[in-house]
Design a protein around this ligand. Structure first.
Ligand code: ZN
Length: 164
């Protein structure tokens, strides 16, 4: 419980600042002694007095969110002094753009496959109905046989005559 740790030992902020943690300490609810690094980071980047000022400016029910935001921003700034949390944001934005492109390409492929599928099934339908191209009457005589190939007939005739 926060109250028990509060009464037993000073909050992380007061311990860090080497001061007595008073019952009205504004840091105590948000900087428990178990997480000393959280306050150290926030103090390093924003300064304890600025954090105190900011906490007094926001509504009590918004203070926890404000502290968590400050802690996140401070940690990011320590890890990446140039970009801070903007580094993580732009990395995630690049990831979103890359994934959006991948999704677009996959949707395009899916559309292509669906179109091919529809065309394939339409052709199958035509084949079943007997209206496939190439089956018209004009193209019926492709088979070489005695009846439609004159040269074969002549050869057969001559061979037959040679045998006689
Ligand atoms: Zn304190």
């Amino acid at each position: 419980m926060a109250s028990s740790s509060y009464s037993n030992s000073p909050c992380a902020a007061c311990k860090f600042l080497r001061r007595k943690c008073m019952p009205y300490c504004i840091f105590a609810p948000y900087f428990p002694p178990e997480y000393p690094q959280k306050f150290a980071n926030v103090h390093k980047i924003f300064g304890a007095s600025n954090v105190s000022k900011l906490l007094n400016e926001v509504q009590p029910h918004q203070r926890e969110d404000a502290v968590n935001s400050l802690a996140y921003e401070a940690e990011a700034r320590i890890k990446d002094p140039i970009n801070g949390c903007v580094g993580s944001i732009s990395m995630l934005q690049r990831q979103v753009i890359r994934l959006q492109k991948e999704l677009d390409a996959t949707n395009e492929d899916l559309m292509q496959y669906t179109c091919n599928e529809i065309m394939q099934s339409t052709q199958d339908g035509r084949r079943i109905m007997g209206i496939e191209e190439g089956s018209s009457l004009g193209h019926g005589f492709y088979y070489p046989s005695l009846w439609n190939s004159d040269s074969n007939c002549e050869l057969g005739y001559h061979r037959g005559s040679d045998n006689n």
